[in-house]
Design a protein around this ligand. Structure first.
Ligand SMILES: *[C@@H]1O[C@H](CO)[C@@H](O)[C@H](O)[C@H]1NC(C)=O
Ligand SMILES: *[C@@H]1O[C@H](CO)[C@@H](O)[C@H](O)[C@H]1NC(C)=O
Ligand SMILES: *[C@@H]1O[C@H](CO)[C@@H](O)[C@H](O)[C@H]1NC(C)=O
Ligand SMILES: *[C@@H]1O[C@H](CO)[C@@H](O)[C@H](O)[C@H]1NC(C)=O
Length: 302
């Protein structure tokens, strides 16, 4: 472990302010092999989990702001997204204030660590949420609800940027694909492309502002009125010219966590983690609000 002075850009939530100095930020140096599988330009990993040394917690203590952060991942490799530490507003061009339209669901503590290595008795530092059902075009996916419960640290649903695509336990995945296929029967199916199971021709799939016109997926949280709506831009992956695939993968029959909402489904969605109120806020697709995660105004006035 080491600690050093860190410099980070400040913001009022609309534009970039002056750079600010944070003394004594704790970090660790690791081998470059830890970057394997990440984007080739990645130089390190920012810890944003539910731990006492994560960046949101360290910045909250340095600046005396609430233990809260919001992440907005860009869907394009050529433009950057943004992470806000502390409270909103979160304003994207052209003047779209996202913090006003978030939906919230409680963060659930998994009492057993889900890390590769940990001390006995440590809870998980991952962000678990109370997903209670999945609907496709309003039709409930029949699933074994016991898998959505956390029992002895197993099961449940979390969000994680470690997984590029949402991973589902096999029985959930099969039921999910069946309902999707039924709802998408007007689309032209083509052979599958790994790691995906279900692909379509994009030639005769109309496109909309929120991606290809495909069935809508709702991740229903603790209450039926709180759902994370996934449009084509976050459900379909363009794998080659004219081919789009359902961007969810089979996690096998006995995964540690039943559903892991992965990076692709988070793109152009703003997700706020509020550790003070133990809740997760989510925007659903910003494309629907006519902006994107790359639309934060990084132009400094200085
Ligand atoms: C889920 O867990 C709760 C409390 O831990 C329990 O009351 C409920 O019966 C469980 N549901 C299923 C389907 O196992
Ligand atoms: C398939 O049906 C959906 C609505 O269920 C519609 O939005 C979409 O445009 C249709 N696609 C084609 C290729 O007709
Ligand atoms: C999840 O939400 C359901 C429905 O509101 C509730 O019955 C259950 O207790 C919640 N589970 C947890 C772990 O908060
Ligand atoms: C972005 O912020 C800069 C600095 O505050 C400002 O001068 C510029 O007008 C902003 N751009 C837009 C498109 O609002």
């Amino acid at each position: 472990m080491a600690s050093d002075t860190t410099v980070i850009q400040s913001t009022d939530g609309r534009t970039v302010g002056k750079a600010v100095v944070v003394p004594g930020v704790v970090f660790t140096c690791g081998t470059t092999s830890l970057l394997k599988g990440l984007s080739t330009v990645a130089l390190g990993i920012a810890g944003l989990g539910r731990s006492e040394v994560s960046l949101p917690v360290q910045f909250a203590s340095a600046f005396k702001f609430p233990k809260k952060f919001a992440m907005c991942l860009s869907s394009s490799s050529s433009s950057k997204g943004v992470i806000f530490f502390g409270d909103g507003p979160y304003v994207f061009l052209p003047n779209v204030e996202v913090s006003k339209s978030l939906m919230y669901t409680p963060l659930i503590l998994n009492p057993v660590s889900t890390a590769g290595a940990y001390f006995e008795g440590n809870p998980s530092t991952d962000y678990f949420i109370n997903l209670t059902s999945i609907k496709i075009n309003g039709k409930a996916v029949p699933l074994n609800v016991a898998l959505l419960n956390i029992t002895d640290g197993n099961g449940g649903t979390k969000i994680s940027t470690v997984n590029p695509y949402t991973v589902m336990e096999t029985s959930i995945f099969k039921a999910f694909v069946n309902v999707f296929r039924h709802e998408a029967k007007n689309l032209t199916k083509v052979s599958s492309v790994k790691p995906f199971k279900y692909c379509f021709s994009s030639k005769n799939t109309p496109s909309t502002r929120v991606g290809p016109a495909v069935p809508l997926i709702d991740l229903v949280m603790h209450s039926s009125s709180v759902y994370w709506r996934i449009f084509g831009a976050n459900s379909m992956v363009q794998v080659k010219e004219d081919v789009i695939c359902l961007g969810f993968v089979d996690g096998g029959s006995n995964p540690r966590t039943s559903i892991v909402i992965g990076g692709y489904q988070l793109e152009d969605n703003l997700v706020q983690i509020d550790l003070e109120k133990a809740r997760l806020g989510f925007s659903s697709s910003l494309l629907f609000k006519q902006t994107t995660c790359s639309n934060f105004n990084f132009t400094s006035s200085a």
